[in-house]
Design a protein around this ligand. Structure first.
Ligand code: MG
Length: 225
């Protein structure tokens, strides 16, 4: 469970699921040598992957290449089942930043062998969030700067306007498949510039109107973890 500042208090984030979009920015699809999808493509990350500000991202021993992906995350505010896009925004509590941390070597192996992505996307600490939840009623997410630095060097920079499938469409599509519960998270995909993380790195991510959040990166076994 992660607590993030929300309005004048805190919100305890206990999602029943984290839905994450693949290839929702055309430039990122290109850098992954993938086609731009005709329909949204999504996968699940386990809620056990969540961490908040102050907790480190742990690089698992099983992977030799772990990447950052900065994403705008939608927090669902009320139960949503088969919601048309015109009504979708009424089901949003707010927004935060989510890093869709990915074991790229394990993902490449899964893609090659036609296996699921649960392993590559599901390790503990692979869903850092923060720094706060911005109120859905106050933030217009149509065109916000989104970016990420590692050790002060710019890696990712984009705008939410570059999303192929926009938030209302994503809520319509996902809620036509699975009921969204309060606290559920939809990570809306990453802009281009994904790259590796190493032990000792400091990752800084931001989205205009939400804020900035930092995480330390540690190798598994380097501390008591
Ligand atoms: Mg992603």
């Amino acid at each position: 469970m992660v607590r993030l500042p929300f309005r004048d208090s805190f919100y305890e984030l206990r999602p029943s699921k984290i839905i994450a979009l693949a290839k929702n920015y055309a430039e990122h699809a290109r850098e992954m040598e993938s086609d731009v999808p005709e329909r949204p493509v999504f996968f699940l990350k386990p809620p056990s992957a969540l961490i908040g500000p102050g907790e480190p991202i742990i690089l698992p021993r099983m992977s030799k290449r772990v990447d950052h992906e900065v994403e705008l995350a939608v927090i669902i505010g009320k139960r949503a089942k088969k919601i048309p896009r015109e009504k979708a925004m009424g089901y949003v509590l707010g927004y935060t930043i989510l890093l869709d941390i990915t074991a790229r070597d394990l993902q490449a192996e899964a893609r090659e062998k036609g296996l699921p992505w649960a392993l590559a996307k599901g390790f503990n600490t692979f869903a850092p969030v923060g720094p706060r939840i911005a109120d859905g009623r106050e933030l217009n997410i149509a065109d916000l700067e989104i970016g990420l630095k590692v050790n002060g060097g710019l890696r990712q920079l984009g705008r939410t306007s570059e999303m192929i499938f926009k938030v209302p469409e994503l809520i319509e599509y996902v809620s036509s498949v699975m009921t969204l519960e309060p606290g559920d998270i939809i990570a809306t995909g990453t802009p281009a510039g994904v790259g590796p993380l190493r032990h000792g790195d400091r990752v800084e991510a931001w989205i205009e109107g939400i804020g900035r959040v930092e995480f330390e990166v540690l190798a598994e076994g380097s501390i008591l973890c």
